[in-house]
Every structure is written in structure tokens, then in C-alpha cells.
Design a binder for this molecule. Structure first.
Ligand SMILES: *Cc1c(COP(=O)(O)O)cnc(C)c1O
Length: 230
């Protein structure tokens, strides 16, 4: 099983040297099939490393754009995470240690809300978060599912810890075009080693989301997101 990965590059094609807006540029779009290229544990889940001292994006910056300068500064801490036995970095922001993204994916949490209902949540687009097409697709698809409440809300580390302790946190996963859906089973955060029950759910939301997106991508179900070319 593979998914499609695309890479765009906007290359200035102007005989000039300097820091300035180019007058002309070429847009390259490279499309190729990829297999799962993120490392994960044997069960397919990833472990995240959350260091509140590093930031991926900041107010007034370009964290909500897919530009190369956002990714260089992630390499050192990602290598540090790997040395500590984690697969991805969980990007936190602010004094409340708000969850923003994971690696180069948007983040989702499934939990039991105060009404006893299953809720799918992801942080709101506050300028620090890449507005992923996978994120938006998941929000749109899941909001049609009657057995699931869907919302965009601030998620802090305290909230994650509290929901997990009370047994109400069910799943966490990352989402993006390249990897599609990446279930998360562990977070290393300060002195905490948080084990999440993502892979222990009888009918996990992450799997339903993944199956639905793949079925649309492969044309197995008819959907306005995709046009089947015969
Ligand atoms: C690419 C990317 C995503 C996912 O965006 P998609 O449009 O779903 O592929 C999320 N966060 C970051 C930081 C990214 O670079």
C-alpha cells in the first residue's frame, strides 16, 4: 500500500542576486508514490517528544506557510528526540504548553467530552499551524459522522495529562498528505512518560479516518474530493 507524495518548489528564475522578491519564478510540482516513510513502532504507532523550550512557529512568523525555512530548525530537536527513543517532535507553544502540531503533521485528539460523547478535536488555525488539506478533509468528513462530535479547540499538555489520567483520552494521531494518518501511543514531556491507549481502541477513529481518505483517493467510493479518471 502506498500513498502519493507531492513536492512543490518555487524557484526564482531571474539573473539577480540578493534578498528580494523575484520578478519571475518557475513552479515545480514533483509527484511520486511513497510507502510509509516515517519510522514507527512495530504496531505502527509513534512516540512523541515534547520539549517546551523549543518552538516551531511564533506569532507574526510564517509557521502557517509551507516554506523551507520552517523545517531547517526542526532537524536538531528531531535528532535529539530520536536519541531519546521517540519518532516525532510534538510542537508546543506558550506558557500553557499548547499542542500545535506533530513533526510535519497536524494533530488530532479523540476523547470523551463532559457530556459523555466521543469528541474529535484539533487546535484552531491561530497562525502557528499549517492549514493542512488533510486536516480540513478530516474535519469535514468527521463532522458528517453522527456518532462523533468534532471541534477546533486549544489543547494544553495539562489537559492531555488530565484526560489520560481519568481514562477519557482515547486516541491521538497526526495527519498530513505524505503519511496520511499516524497514530500516537506515547509522549515524553518533562518528567512525564505518557502512554496513550490509541492502539487499544476496538474501533479507532484514526483507522476510520484513514480508511475513508484512502477509499476516496483510490476511487473506491464516490466523493466530491476526487475525480476518477478512466
Ligand atoms: C505539510 C504539513 C502538514 C500537513 O499538511 P497537508 O496539506 O495535510 O499535507 C502539517 N503540518 C506541517 C508543519 C506541514 O509541513
Amino acid at each position: 500500500m502506498f500513498t502519493w507524495h507531492f513536492m512543490e518548489a518555487l524557484v526564482p528564475v531571474q539573473a539577480a542576486f540578493g534578498v528580494m522578491a523575484p520578478e519571475s519564478a518557475l513552479l515545480f510540482v514533483i509527484l511520486s508514490p511513497v510507502s510509509a516513510y516515517y519510522k514507527a513502532a512495530a504496531d505502527g504507532a509513534v512516540s512523541m517528544y515534547a520539549d517546551p523550550d523549543v518552538v516551531r512557529a511564533f506569532p507574526g512568523g510564517v509557521g502557517n506557510r509551507k516554506v523551507g525555512s520552517n523545517y531547517g530548525p526542526t532537524i536538531e530537536v528531531t535528532a535529539r528526540a530520536a536519541k531519546l527513543g521517540h519518532h516525532q517532535v510534538l510542537w508546543l507553544f506558550g506558557p500553557d504548553h499548547e499542542l500545535t502540531e506533530v513533526g510535519a503533521m497536524n494533530i488530532f485528539m479523540v476523547y470523551i467530552n463532559e457530556h459523555g460523547d466521543k469528541q474529535l478535536a484539533t487546535p484552531p488555525l491561530n497562525g502557528l499551524i499549517l492549514p493542512g488539506v488533510t486536516r480540513r478533509s478530516i474535519l469535514e468528513l468527521a463532522s458528517q459522522w453522527e456518532d462523533l462530535a468534532v471541534c477546533e479547540e486549544v489543547i494544553t499538555m495539562d489537559r492531555v495529562i488530565e484526560l489520560n489520567k481519568s481514562g477519557r483520552l482515547l486516541e491521538m494521531f497526526g495527519a498530513g498528505t505524505a503519511v496520511l494518518i499516524s497514530p500516537i501511543s506515547r509522549i515524553g514531556y518533562l518528567e512525564h512518560d505518557i502512554h496513550l491507549p490509541t492502539m487499544k481502541q476496538p474501533q479507532p477513529v484514526f483507522q476510520r479516518v484513514k480508511d475513508t481518505l484512502l477509499a476516496i483517493q483510490y476511487g473506491h467510493i464516490e466523493h466530491p474530493y476526487a475525480t476518477v479518471i478512466s
